[in-house]
Design a protein around this ligand. Structure first.
Ligand code: FUL
Length: 481
């Protein structure tokens, strides 16, 4: 009797200890730097749509000279609702418009210049493309970003630092105050060789955005929130840290592309990469150009979103003021293929186990990588910088895409990993990589069939954490083209 009582008491205290472990194991310490709320929001968008539109659309140039006649700007059927509808249908979350490109022509009626839609025949000079975009985007619950080129080939004060910076700030303020909340402001560092030498007052530009649009991320080579990825192909580095050292970069600085492409492990600033690329060879619409193939767009997706980057895909409206049907068709095929690949996560029914679980608590257990929730994650005990997470699948499963995600709200940590599958009575490496970050997508050269998969983390800057793991089939079997 006494023995039974002791056993019961022991079991009860073990159960109590378990409950305590679940509630009391402290979360892992964040690895600084970590993203701000606006950076997290931006990253989770994954897809943003860029619109290059302006006088170049009517002259078939990529860089206007600045002396174009505003009368050239005359879209015959401008349809911002079509832009927003297509973006929404194909999974893009934010629209970013070139409110002013290098030619200085503004798509809104700016009080600071006559070189604008107000001097054009479009809507008898009463039109405002920025306003049309904002209304259409809001109707589809999409966010809006604006591009305002610092380099301005029209404005006579360009080259006189004080005067031009004041002029630019005036235009920036108009955009920041007249169109409701903005999600991003895009500061392009491009400048022609013939441009007059002058320094832009980025400190003033950025603090003005912070003050007037605290929810907007600031994009430039130098951040401060989002960095250029260093090329216009839409490809992030295979290694892509969301951290770099802001003192090593400047807007438009030469020789930093490789640094921007990869970032720097353990660097002090959280400035994740944005991959900008056009669906066509040019940024502006040209009638003799065609959209990229579906396979090319998929390659871009896997090398941008699949490499811890946000994809900013440019779709240039035609002189009519609408997206070209060929571009719309390509975007729809792109969406259909992604939906096909990612429709079924083949890992959801797996049993997950790990080499180590933080405090032995299921709060940090391996199963957290299968709950489709980026707030929960598998974690290990303090001081451990490697780990293995294994998935046992209920039946032989064939897949050709692997999705890995870190909970970046606690910093980016993982520096080297291998994914292995149990095949022919042994573990075989099916994919190896370096960084993971917000999202890493590995496409396998051929589908793999197995009942056991494991992720071996070989190196990390701090205790590794994994928020999500997914397995998919469809990469090589798309039929949408
Ligand atoms: C570049 C510009 O020169 C191109 O015209 C385009 O706007 C691209 C997104 O950025 O720097």
């Amino acid at each position: 009797m006494m023995r039974r009582f002791l056993l019961l008491a022991l079991l009860m205290s073990l159960a109590a200890a378990d409950v305590q472990a679940q509630t009391e194991v402290p979360p892992p310490r964040p690895l600084l730097p970590i993203p701000t709320a606006r950076q997290l929001d931006w990253q989770r968008d994954e897809l943003r749509l860029f619109l290059h539109f302006g006088v170049n659309t009517f002259t078939h140039r990529e860089w206007g000279t600045g002396d174009e006649d505003p009368a050239l700007f005359n879209p015959t059927n401008l349809d911002a609702q079509q832009w927003a509808r297509v973006a929404k249908e194909t999974g893009f979350k934010t629209l970013i418009l070139t409110a002013k490109h290098h030619d200085g022509f503004t798509l809104w009626p700016s009080r600071y210049t006559n070189h604008s839609v107000a001097s054009s025949p479009w809507q008898n000079g009463e039109g405002d493309v920025v306003q049309a975009l904002v209304e259409a985007a809001r109707a589809e619950s999409l966010k809006v970003g604006l591009y305002l080129s610092p380099w301005d080939r029209h404005e006579p004060s360009y080259g006189e630092e004080q005067a031009y910076n004041a002029f630019y700030l005036g235009q920036l303020r108009e955009l920041l105050t007249q169109y409701g909340p903005l999600a991003e402001v895009w500061f392009d560092g491009a400048k022609g060789e013939d441009a007059k030498d002058m320094a832009y007052d980025f400190d003033a530009f950025w603090s003005t955005v912070r003050q007037l649009q605290p929810g907007a991320v600031l994009f430039s080579d130098a951040g401060p929130d989002v960095r250029w990825i260093g090329n216009e192909h839409g490809f992030a580095g295979e290694t892509n840290w969301s951290t770099y050292d802001r003192t090593k970069v400047g807007v438009g600085m030469a020789g930093i592309s490789d640094y921007l492409n990869v970032g720097e492990a353990g660097a002090p600033d959280w400035v994740p990469g944005e991959c900008d690329v056009s669906i066509r060879p040019g940024w502006f619409y040209h009638p003799d150009q065609a959209p990229k193939s579906l396979d090319h767009l998929l390659e871009i997706y896997f090398k941008s979103v699949g490499r811890n980057c946000v994809l900013l895909l440019n779709v240039p409206p035609t002189p009519e003021g609408r997206f070209h049907p060929a571009d719309v068709e390509r975007l729809q095929a792109f969406r259909a293929t992604l939906d096909h690949i990612f429709a079924t996560d083949l890992a959801v029914d797996a049993q997950a186990t790990a080499s180590n679980t933080r405090g032995g608590s299921s709060v940090y257990g391996a199963a957290q990588v299968l709950d489709n929730n980026l707030e929960t994650y598998w974690a290990v005990d303090d001081g451990i910088h490697t780990g293995t997470l294994a998935l046992t699948l209920p039946r032989p499963t064939t897949f050709d895409v692997i999705r890995l995600q870190e909970p970046i709200q606690l910093g980016q940590r993982i520096a080297r990993y291998t994914v292995e599958a149990w095949v022919n009575e042994g573990w075989q490496a099916i994919s190896t990589g370096t960084t993971i970050g917000y999202k890493k997508l590995d496409r396998l050269a051929a589908p793999v069939t197995t009942t056991q998969v494991r992720i071996v983390i070989a190196d990390a800057l701090a205790e590794p954490l994994l928020a999500e793991v997914g397995l998919y089939l469809g990469n090589r079997t798309n039929t949408a083209e």
